[in-house]
Design a binder for this molecule. Structure first.
Ligand SMILES: NC(=O)c1ccc[n+]([C@@H]2O[C@H](COP(=O)([O-])OP(=O)(O)OC[C@H]3O[C@@H](n4cnc5c(N)ncnc54)[C@H](O)[C@@H]3O)[C@@H](O)[C@H]2O)c1
Ligand SMILES: [Zn+2]
Ligand SMILES: [Zn+2]
Length: 368
């Protein structure tokens, strides 16, 4: 099949919409007509080269929903016309992590994600002109009018859910709500700080609200983000300037029970750690460059029995939690309409990157 996709050929250069060929699905694969794909900061960090040398050329995109148009011969629980939501970790059900009930850490899923291939190392996107392979960014390549995916990278969803709303569940919601609920396991009545309230951070706020946090303090460098945060559940906001910590301590004098970093900047990771009280937990969600490190005061970590955790894909069971989080939207507990702050044509993907950088949008989606 021939389709249009956003292709990254060189780090730091704009993406271009190109005609590409998708090879026919293998028995366990499906082809999805993408209705909408959300643009995550990770797409921008891949495109700028911030996340290191991922193989190029590639089609980015790991957050989308759409309709099945073709299924491989062994796919039995999906058919043409089904509505689906994509998840960016394939869980093989067979590796050490899958067997231990930690499918977001699936060895095979994470290998294909890092190598920008389908599971098993397959590359099934070709340059229409030259026939050369084009990688599947994040293992999914969803900034495309059609995508070829393993059946375990999709979840069937009810047709009543608008596909544009469902798209953002695939990363922003799973990562943010999951970090609050699964990774941190926020307890009712606790205090929370979230550094960076873009697409992912605002979902940490929603997750903290759903978990019953008492105070949810947001910190960001853009007033537009701080203004939007209360409707998602934030109770206090702090503009990032020279003294964010002292401002936070004026709200909760000992610090917070849980802090989250969702900007992808190591200074902010260290800041997030400095905001927790003894016994508290810091959850790092932002994706920094592979060469960056963070440092924390060693005796404080021990003497105050603090915890630092990374959170990968919200510590979710991807297909199971995607359906549950979508139910929270259907029952009015999770806000997706307000999360999607702008819609764009696929050809405007570079514009979405710049609107994200300048703080204009919370989450922008491409409508295919
Ligand atoms: N751990 C995971 O599984 C996972 C999954 C998805 C995304 N991510 C990462 O999470 C991070 C957030 O992604 P996103 O899509 O929400 O990005 P985003 O650009 O929408 O949000 C980032 C927010 O941080 C704010 N910010 C940036 N620099 C700041 C600073 N110095 N001080 C205060 N605020 C600052 C921005 O204004 C913005 O509101 C990225 O690093 C992304 O790569 C991680
Ligand atoms: Zn993402
Ligand atoms: Zn596995």
């Amino acid at each position: 099949m021939i389709t249009n996709a956003a292709v990254l050929r060189q780090f730091g250069k704009p993406l271009e919409i190109e005609e590409v060929e998708l090879l026919d699905p293998d028995p366990e694969e499906v082809i999805v007509k993408v209705a909408a794909s959300g643009v995550c900061r990770t797409d921008l960090s891949i495109a700028s080269g911030h996340l290191g040398n991922v193989p190029l050329p590639l089609v980015p995109g790991h957050e989308a929903a759409g309709t099945i148009v073709e299924v491989g011969t062994s796919v039995s629980n999906l058919k043409s016309g089904d509505h689906v939501l994509a998840v960016w970790i394939y869980s093989c059900n067979n590796c050490e992590y899958c067997l231990a009930g930690r499918p977001n850490l699936c060895k095979n899923g994470n290998t294909s994600l890092l190598n920008a291939t389908l599971p098993g190392g397959k590359i099934k996107i070709k340059d229409k002109k030259t026939g050369r392979p084009i990688h599947h960014g994040s293992g999914t390549a969803l900034h495309s009018d059609h995508a070829i995916l393993n059946q375990r990278n999709v979840v069937k969803i009810p047709t009543e859910v608008p596909l544009d709303k469902a798209s953002v569940v695939g990363c922003a919601v799973m990562t943010g709500v999951g970090a609050a609920i699964n990774t941190a396991q926020i307890r009712p009545g606790s205090t929370v700080a979230v550094v960076g309230v873009g697409g992912v951070g605002i979902n940490i706020v929603q997750g903290a609200r759903i978990a019953g946090a008492e105070k949810i303090i947001v910190l960001d460098k853009y007033d537009s983000k701080l203004q939007a945060a209360p409707k998602f559940g934030a109770t206090h906001s702090i503009m990032m300037d020279d003294s964010p910590k002292s401002k936070l301590l004026s709200i909760t004098p000992d610090g917070v029970d849980y802090s989250f970093e969702a900007t992808g900047n190591y200074h902010n990771m260290e800041l997030a750690y400095s905001l927790i009280k003894p016994g508290g937990t810091t959850v790092i969600v932002g994706a920094e460059s592979p060469t960056a490190s963070i440092s924390v005061p060693a005796l404080d970590l021990v003497g105050s029995q603090k915890t630092i955790k990374g959170s990968w894909y919200g510590s979710t069971n991807p297909r199971y939690d995607a359906a549950r989080y979508l139910n929270l939207y259907m029952s009015g507990k999770l806000m997706l309409d307000e999360l999607i702050s702008a819609k764009y044509e696929p050809s405007q993907i570079n514009q979405v990157f710049s609107d994200m950088e300048s703080g204009k949008i919370i989450r922008g989606i491409l409508v295919h």
